[in-house]
Design a protein around this ligand. Structure first.
Ligand code: FAD
Length: 572
């Protein structure tokens, strides 16, 4: 029997509560550490199947790319540190095999010695995380095909790169981990092909925004193979691996990284008869309690309520896991001062790839359309804008493409996504907080944010998004979207300068009247048809709309301008 925690003398053993935690990384370690801060008396034991506790799984790709040069930087704590600093007993290499809810005990296997023992609990917190999906495809077990979740996984990848002098890699899956691995392999001068089943990378985002990511990846010499489900793998005589896709094409590489998503680890919970939700995660209430009143669950393994729609979701992110771990400890050992309720998850996330930042919070259009059949939703609208991340006159301004989704009725912000080379995550973080406070586009319009030329603009991109949306809701503006163009018989007006119209391309059938000539050439415009105006980004065409509206024309501004036309067209 492993040694338990030691107690200061004279404590009343009867009153001492015993908290067991399964999983010693994001949610589990947070929970245990917070529990100790709340109770000096509790006996706290953490079981971790792997050899390390509290390591930085989010940092793993960056050690592969040597951006984090020292592996030890990834170890945020050790069992010794937990013991010394927090008086917490962390048992690594300890697999929890079974929960006996009748007697309130765990069956634990010490993976080093093979010893199996029981440990009783008063309270149990499960934070077993989610495992990378490894589908049963032909050849999936060929050496050189990796997934990345743990320190040993990372070491295997690094070791393969270094011993096999890898020149080329295929990454399967274009989500967060796929893109981060693409970046880090590229940094090591490895040729990368990214294969993705969907027609877009970052499948959690709306497709049109990913056009900017695709352009960036191609410019950085990453080959994209989109809309291509992988069907199998074959080892070649020269030790390379052929990755076959549904079209029949195959891509050959020295190594493969599978990053096609994760699945909640629920076997332990299932075995104990805890309720599992329709999405395959452990069901918890708004205090993170499972269907057993002595057992809590947190992190990637649970189903959470979507903050926007209230629908159940799986959101495998470190922030929610950490906060939930802390909250479970509060519910179990806190002083009960506040009625603690988990607010749900809005999926605020960010990813960097070779200089580009991609970030999102709240609902996407795709998600709202999908969920709309099962959940009652307010009608929503979207806008696109491409403001500079700081004052345009200050050197180095880079544009951010932002999509904002909001209620047409109340202006409540439902979600935002952004891509760009600088200042992206700052805007999404501000909007994320506004969403948490059930803010509206009018709040964004009025938000008072930092400004000096090197940091932002007097009208920050967040203000601009709010202003564009508020103009719409107040009737100062009307918008149209490119995907509706084919269904409309609108007169298409391009208000850019003739040189832009000719050189950078234009939409077929558009009539070019530059903004500066509009007042003198109004007679060329129809009064019996709607006019849809556009420019490069949507700003000049908004000015044109204000002129034309006041002269009695029926006019709409095509949101996001010609840049969004090109983005939408990438998928036709
Ligand atoms: P985990 O942190 O995975 O911890 C679960 C632990 O439980 C595991 O170590 C497992 O070994 C252990 N365990 C499971 N079953 C048992 C058992 N029966 N007995 C004992 N132990 C058990 N999120 C972000 O928000 N931002 C990022 O940039 C980001 N980058 C990431 C990069 C990578 C490569 C990976 C893999 C994930 C990344 N994530 C990121 C996701 C984030 O790491 C997870 O959302 C978070 O770690 C989930 O915390 P958790 O406690 O639920 O699970």
């Amino acid at each position: 029997m492993p040694v338990g925690v030691t107690y200061s003398e004279g404590k009343d053993m009867e009153k001492r509560k015993k908290l067991l935690v399964v999983g010693g990384v994001a949610g589990g370690a947070s929970c245990a550490a917070r529990a100790r801060r709340l109770s000096e008396d509790a006996e706290i034991i953490v079981f971790e199947r792997g050899p390390y506790v509290s390591f930085a799984n989010c940092g793993l790709p960056y050690h592969v790319g040597k951006i984090i040069p020292r592996e030890r930087s990834l170890f945020l704590a050790s069992p010794e540190m937990f013991k010394r600093r927090f008086n917490i007993d962390v048992r690594v290499n300890s697999n929890v095999r079974r929960i006996d809810r009748q007697i309130k005990a765990l069956e634990v296997e010490n993976l080093e010695t093979g010893e199996v023992y029981e440990e009783s609990y008063d309270f149990l917190v499960l934070s077993p995380g989610a495992a990378p999906i490894r589908p049963k495809l032909d050849g999936i077990d060929i050496p050189g095909i990796f997934t990345l979740r743990t320190i040993p996984d990372m070491r295997e990848i690094k070791n393969w790169i270094e011993t096999k002098t890898v020149k080329s890699a295929v990454i399967v899956g274009g989500g967060f981990v796929g893109l981060e691995m693409a970046e880090n392999l590229k940094i090591r001068d490895i040729g990368v092909t990214l294969i993705e089943m969907e027609k877009q990378v970052m499948p959690v985002m709306d497709i049109e925004l990913t056009a900017f990511i695709h352009d960036h990846l191609k410019a950085k010499d990453i080959s994209l193979c989109l809309g291509s489900p992988v069907t199998g793998f074959k080892k070649n005589g020269d030790d390379t691996i052929d990755v076959r896709v549904a079209s029949g094409r195959s891509v050959s590489a020295d190594m493969v990284v599978l990053a096609i998503g994760v699945r909640p680890e629920v076997e332990l919970a299932k075995g104990a008869g805890l309720t599992i939700g329709d999405l395959g995660g452990i069901l918890v209430d708004d205090q993170l309690r499972t269907s057993d009143e002595s057992i809590w669950a947190v992190g990637d393994a649970i189903e959470v309520e979507n903050f926007i729609t209230g629908a159940k979701s799986l959101v495998p992110l470190a922030g929610p896991a950490n906060r939930q771990g802390r909250m479970a400890a509060d519910v179990i050992l806190g002083n009960g001062a506040d009625p603690i309720r988990f607010r749900g998850v809005q999926g605020t996330a960010v990813c960097g790839v070779l200089g580009m930042t991609i970030a999102a919070t709240g609902a996407t259009e795709k998600y709202l359309k999908k969920i709309g059949s099962s959940v009652e939703l307010e009608p929503f609208e979207k806008i696109y804008l491409h403001p500079d991340h700081h004052a345009g006159y200050y050197p180095g301004a880079k544009s951010i493409t932002i999509k904002l989704i909001f209620s047409k009725e109340s202006g409540r912000i439902l979600g935002a996504q952004a891509v760009g080379m600088a200042g992206v995550e700052k805007r999404i973080d501000v909007i994320a907080m506004a969403i948490q406070k059930n803010g509206t586009v009018f709040d964004l319009e009025e938000a008072e944010l930092c400004y000096a030329p090197q940091y932002g603009s007097a009208k920050d991109p967040v203000n601009m998004a709010g202003m564009i949306a508020s103009n719409l809701l107040r009737g100062y503006s009307k918008i149209a979207h490119w995907e509706d163009l084919e269904k409309s018989d609108a007169f298409l007006l391009d208000v850019r300068e003739p040189i832009e119209f000719k050189r950078t391309g234009h939409v077929d059938g558009a009539v070019n009247i530059p903004l500066g000539d509009l007042r003198s050439r109004m007679s060329e415009l129809p009064r019996d048809r709607e006019i849809w105006a556009y420019c490069l980004v949507g700003q000049r065409s908004y000015y044109a709309l204000r002129v034309l509206m006041q002269h009695g024309f029926k006019v709409r501004n095509i949101s996001g301008g010609f840049l969004m036309y090109q983005a939408v067209n990438q998928f036709k």
